[in-house]
Ligand binder design. Structure first.
Ligand code: SR1
Ligand code: MG
Length: 422
């Protein structure tokens, strides 16, 4: 599938050059037809890093995603390796095996051009936009929870043969700069005055108090150590509501270019943070049915964890073929492994809550804020809602082990949502 050696040097595409430059690609011709005059190209990349083109013809449509050699959000003062497309390609193939149908099908990959041609999900839209406009998605929590459980379990040595898993860890270990973005922007920068940080000005007192909390910094650094050194499964690495596309009834996961091997609680924790940020930001977006919509978002959070735990237990009993907690040591000795499974799930839960709290902080304090808060124009309203979000994050990081169930988590969010912090 790769065209290594047959392509000229990397050159960024543009809507005008794309049809001619990709006219030779058989996979595209199959999808769009060979008359490139009929290919309509639109650049739609609204993320922080890449070019994303929708290419449509009367015959069909595809997405062409191409990495840029720098961070798009910042510009060429922040170079970024093109090799992230290689890792995204490998992550997509593994996701497709581990949770079939959950991610776009790949039609073509060109390593030199750092581009992937893949399935265009339509009429799906980016979930974050739906959450801002107040739309519901049937089965969202269940889909997300199941997906995270399948990825966590099937990418680990609970399931994989150690030789395969270790080879995969080695492959993904070549990706240094992308995890470094997360290590800096997510785990470190929010907690001091880093150069690229920004926050809503009215939040100053809240931010000063947060940055003075040494216990908080210690715990967050311990989570960074886990993120950087615990390679128990392959992560999506950037699973937020901008990495999910949904219709009213179905959801899909996109954009795993931050994939790396890491701790099982990371993806579900990051995603939960994005649901909670949608929850806390709602008063900035609507008055009608505010409570009803916030209640729905919390039901998604609960459904997601419940589905994660259910699916994980199911995989534990049906697909535990790796070297971890082997049946030879439990069932074959007449010993139940249920307690062991609950122990593993308990660790994932507390890790997830802490990762969740950290993500809630970074999206208000570091680089790359999210539209949930950022699109609230009145900064005094925005700051009031962000202050609740920051307090929830703090509470999760400091007290993760005091929350036992998804209901406890939802209860805490409801309580903090009623507080006037600013
Ligand atoms: C410089 S990249 C900033 C953010 O965009 C990506 O989507 C990740 O969330 C990253 O942290
Ligand atoms: Mg992304």
């Amino acid at each position: 599938m790769t065209q290594l050696g047959t392509q000229s040097a990397y050159l960024a595409l543009c809507p005008q050059s794309l049809p001619t430059r990709l006219a030779h690609v058989v996979a595209l011709i199959k999808k769009l037809g060979e008359d490139v005059q009929q290919w309509h190209v639109k650049e739609v990349g609204d993320g922080n890093l890449n070019l994303v083109f929708i290419v449509q013809s009367p015959k069909g449509s595809v997405i062409v995603k191409q990495a840029l050699p720098y961070v798009r959000l910042v510009g060429d003062s922040w170079p970024l390796p093109l090799y992230r497309a290689f890792y995204e390609y490998h992550a997509l193939t593994r996701q497709a095996q581990r949770d079939p149908g959950s991610v776009p099908e790949i039609y073509y990959f060109d390593e030199t051009q750092a581009l992937i041609v893949m399935e265009f999900f339509t009429p799906h839209v980016i979930l974050r936009n739906k959450l801002i406009t107040g739309e519901t998605v049937e089965g969202l929590g269940e889909f997300c929870g199941k997906h995270c459980a399948r990825m966590a379990f099937r990418g680990s040595e609970l399931s994989m043969q150690s030789s395969d898993k270790k080879a995969d860890v080695a492959l993904f270990a070549g990706n240094v700069e992308i995890p470094a973005i997360t290590e800096g922007l997510v785990f470190t920068d929010p907690y001091f005055e880093a150069a690229m940080n920004s926050h809503t000005p009215e939040l100053d007192p809240v931010v000063a108090q947060l940055r003075a909390n040494v216990d908080l910094k210690r715990i967050v650094q311990s989570m960074l150590a886990k993120f950087a050194s615990n390679t128990e499964t392959m992560l999506h690495g950037d699973l937020h509501s901008g990495s999910i596309m949904s219709t009213e009834t179905e959801s899909r996961v996109i954009d795993p270019e931050f994939a790396q091997y890491g701790p099982m609680g990371f993806d579900i924790g990051m995603l939960t943070a994005n649901f909670l940020m949608a929850f806390f930001s709602q008063p900035g977006h609507r008055k009608d049915d505010l409570v009803g919509y916030q209640t729905w978002i919390l039901s998604v959070v609960k459904d997601c964890f419940v589905a994660f735990q259910k699916e994980f237990r199911h995989l534990w009993s049906t697909e535990r073929t790796g070297m971890l907690y082997p049946k030879t040591l439990f069932e074959d000795q007449g010993h139940s492994s249920e307690n062991a499974c609950e122990f593993v799930l308990g660790n994932i839960w507390t890790d997830a809550l802490r990762f969740c709290g950290i993500e809630m902080h970074r999206r208000c304090l570091s680089l790359a804020h999210n539209a949930d808060f950022e699109s609230i124009e009145d900064t005094s309203v925005r700051a009031r809602l962000e202050a609740r979000n920051i307090e929830m994050g703090l509470s999760l990081i400091l007290n993760a082990d005091m929350l036992s169930t998804p209901q406890d988590l939802a209860g805490l969010a409801r309580k903090i949502n009623e507080k006037d912090i600013l």
